[in-house]
Design a protein around this ligand. Structure first.
Ligand code: ATR
Length: 273
């Protein structure tokens, strides 16, 4: 049996085992997929001993270990390189470990599944933590006209922009975002977890906005999605589809099989309700 796991701290809340078992059933694979709680300073040791088991194919990595995972793996994947973070590890036949970041492709695929056109759009990305870093290069590769990052702590956004250095990538202070007139706004911050808004929502900001996306998912719309609704933004998506799509990309790296995600997103939605 192929063995997998997800490492995090905390990890109890993770839906990854459920999602991967659904993929396995659909793709006629028999797998075990467990949740492993690693101590905050003990990820590398825990993950290394798990990966050393002969049946283990790979693992997922969530907060706060994506940087540790990046540092312990060989990285060819551009998204992981740009993010300096890995959420997927795979064991190679010679025992070495390869690292990938599927968060960005997960977001882009979820947007495409929801008929959101990215090409030639002005996209505002709020936040400059690990979640934001993971999605920048896949968004740029999706041919957006302009990707603008803003963050409560502006220097962090400026550091990301300097590191990625792409002429379609800009940084704007939170106070100045209304002037951008974004078509798409992506909230990558943790604000929704605390019932807070990541930025001031206004008519001016949302004038031309077609879609808001909150990477947080809950059993009801987040405050960010509710405010966007108030200002008439027609499409408001949460991060559940991204969660399933990033998992599908990892499953495909490990098994070479691409699961169909539509029905699985609906089933996972039922589980969190
Ligand atoms: P993650 O890896 O999930 O992105 P992180 O690296 O801790 O987590 O980053 C959290 C992001 O959410 C940061 O951009 C943070 O802003 P700061 O850099 O100013 O700390 C942002 N954030 C968290 N809570 C927020 C809030 N209430 N309002 C606005 N931004 C918030």
């Amino acid at each position: 049996m192929k063995k997998f796991a997800v490492f995090g701290n905390p990890i109890e809340q993770s839906l990854s085992p459920t999602i991967h078992q659904m993929f396995a059933e659909q793709c006629e694979e028999v797998i075990s997929y467990e949740k492993i709680l690693a101590p905050v300073d003990g990820f590398v040791e825990k993950a290394s001993s798990f990966l050393a088991q002969p049946e283990v194919v790979g693992c997922n990595v969530t907060m706060p270990f994506k940087l540790d995972a990046f540092n312990m793996a060989n990285i060819d994947d551009q998204a992981a390189q740009d993010a300096q973070a890995a959420n997927t590890l795979m064991k190679c036949p010679d025992g070495s470990i390869k690292g990938f970041n599927t968060d960005g492709v997960g977001l882009v695929n979820d947007l495409l599944n929801n008929n959101v056109q990215l090409e030639n759009k002005r996209v505002l990305l709020i936040g400059a933590g690990g979640a934001a870093r993971g999605v920048i290069s896949p968004l740029l590769e999706a041919s957006v006209a302009q990707l603008i990052i803003t963050n409560r702590t502006l220097e962090k956004a400026q550091q990301i922009s300097a590191a990625v250095s792409n002429s379609n990538l800009d940084v704007v202070a939170l106070d100045d975002i209304a002037a951008i007139k974004p078509h798409i706004i992506i909230n990558s911050t943790a604000a929704s977890l605390h019932q807070e808004l990541p930025c001031h929502m206004s008519e001016a900001l949302l004038d031309e906005c077609e879609v808001v996306y909150d990477m947080v998912y809950k059993n009801s719309p987040t405050v960010f999605m509710q405010e966007a609704h108030k200002y008439g933004v027609k499409k408001r998506l949460d991060g559940l589809g991204m969660l399933v799509e990033q998992a599908a990309a990892a499953f495909s790296i490990w098994t070479g099989k691409q699961p169909k995600t539509n029905a699985i997103v609906n089933k996972v939605r039922e589980l969190i309700n």
